[in-house]
Design a protein. Sequence first.
Length: 429
Amino acid sequence: MPLTPPADLLEPTAPVILPRAAHSISRSRIDPHTLQVLYRLQRAGHLAYLVGGGVRDLLLGRTPKDFDVGTNATPQQIKRLFRNCFLIGRRFRLAHVRFGPDAVVEVATFRRLATADDLPEDPNDHHLLTENVFGTPREDAFRRDFTINALFYDIATFSIIDHVGGLADLEARRLRVIGDPLVRFTEDPVRMLRALEFAARLDFTLDEATREGIYARAPLIAEAAPARIREELLELFRHAVGGKVLRQAQASGLLEPLLAGYEGDEATFALLDRLDARSRAGAKTGESLVLAALFLSRFLRQCPPTGDLPIGEVLELANLELDLHCGYFRIAHGVRHQARELLVGCYRLGRGRGHRGERRFLQHPATPLALELFDLWIEASDGDRQLAAAWRNVLARPDSAASAALEPGSPPRRRKRRGRRRRPTPPAS
């Protein structure tokens, strides 16, 4: 965290304030629990703002994923106001106000950048203090990442407060970093991935300084914690922008350091686009499906379905494709196993019907999802649509698993009845 505030923060410029009549945010669109928290903070004499992405989404006419509250009340003051409040975090102290078993409103005290005078003598304590130096709303706005995420909605006046030019950027549908992108991306390289994500989710363009900053600082993303990158990657697919973002990441030099040397081809990006379309249609996209989609093109180049390799060798090649990525990101063995089954399932589907083990394959629990992935791959790679349709017809039959034969059209094999084992007769005494 830098100890010098941005030059913009030092300039005594007044914020842009939009009164209630000049914006579209209505309290009817704000979560009732969040309104309750805002009103109680205001009645107690504190500033109470709706902050962050919730304000942005409401102004864009979107439904916010969640609502966050910013205030000048300290965490301890917040806790005294709400009996249902729990303080969490050491590095970044937050208040969680709970309503029932599932609803939580997150309340954060306004922060500012720490200066050298704020830091304790022991350097080991710096990381605990730098995130918990309280400040003004303006100072808090300049700590945030992008201008469109630094807008405040004041519950006392129902006005929008903009210290950083976020309203102009919303109007221009432009994503801009607060401060110098080179400095901000050096502080936290994951901001580069988040910039691409927000631009894709909102259909915004990156401003030139942000784009150039990503090109210049792309190698730094390799220094980010693998667990954090893994979660950000899954977040892309939850928001159905994985294909678009990873394509842009590769074009800007970010993808290879992001995913430990990974490089995608056009067929992979086309497959990821279709996976996103599947997510937008309401289907759940788990991590194993994302992994299989990322590596399917490379895997099928290693063992094309026309080669008719032994399944043991195919399994080994699938493991080799996944091992480096899964090891680097410490992905659980169960997820890795599921991704491998999807890869091998696509190989089996690609080589067509009539091969040994077809009956067992049709009964495998991973086969329906493997067929979904195979369908998307056929579309992405302009493959044999009739082959995919034939497999769909087989799996659609209620008795497909029981009646599948080794050769199409051949009668099902009968199982041999096992004879009963007789116990040896004990010798007569």
